[in-house]
Design a protein around this ligand. Structure first.
Ligand SMILES: [Zn+2]
Length: 140
C-alpha cells in the first residue's frame, strides 16, 4: 500500500468510548456508534448523545463507502519519521446514512493530483501492528 503513515508515529490510545471501534477495526470491520435512545449516530464516539444526552450506544456495521469531505497533502516532514513516506494525503471522509459522521484517514494508492473533494471512497485497513489497525481510504 502506498501513502501510509509510518507505524512509528501511530500510537492508538483506546478508551471505554472508542475501544469497540478499534476492536472492530482490528477485524477489518467499520462500526459506527448509534444512540440506543434516539438512533442518532455519533462519530467520534462520545460519552453523551449530542441530540438527547443518552449514554448507551449500539455499534452498527457500515460498508465503508463514503465521500471525501476534505483533504490535505502533507509534503513537509514536520515529524522527521514521515520524511520517507511523503507525500501523504490526509482525508476526512463523510459516511452516508450517519447524520454526517466523518472519519480521518490516509488516502492510499493514488497520486495527490487525482484527489478531489466530493469523490467517492471505500474503506480499507492498515494493520499497523498486532491488534492495532487504522482505516485508510481508496478512491472508488
Ligand atoms: Zn440520542
Amino acid at each position: 500500500m502506498k501513502g501510509l503513515t509510518p507505524e512509528s508515529v501511530i500510537n492508538l490510545t483506546p478508551n471505554v468510548w472508542t475501544e469497540p471501534f478499534w476492536a472492530a477495526a482490528a477485524e477489518h470491520r467499520l462500526v459506527v456508534p448509534r444512540c440506543t435512545s434516539c438512533g442518532t449516530h455519533r462519530m467520534p464516539p462520545t460519552p453523551f448523545c449530542w441530540r438527547c444526552r443518552h449514554q448507551d450506544v449500539e455499534w452498527e456495521e457500515h460498508d465503508g463507502r463514503g465521500t471525501l469531505y476534505s483533504f490535505t497533502v502533507v509534503r513537509h516532514a514536520v515529524i522527521p519519521d514521515v520524511r520517507d513516506a511523503l507525500p501523504l494525503i490526509a482525508g476526512i471522509v463523510e459516511l452516508p446514512n450517519t447524520e454526517g459522521c466523518r472519519l480521518v484517514g490516509n488516502i492510499v494508492d493514488c497520486e495527490p493530483e487525482a484527489v478531489r473533494i466530493g469523490l467517492g471512497v471505500t474503506t480499507d485497513w492498515y494493520d499497523v501492528r498486532e491488534g492495532e489497525t487504522v482505516p485508510v481510504f481508496r478512491l472508488a
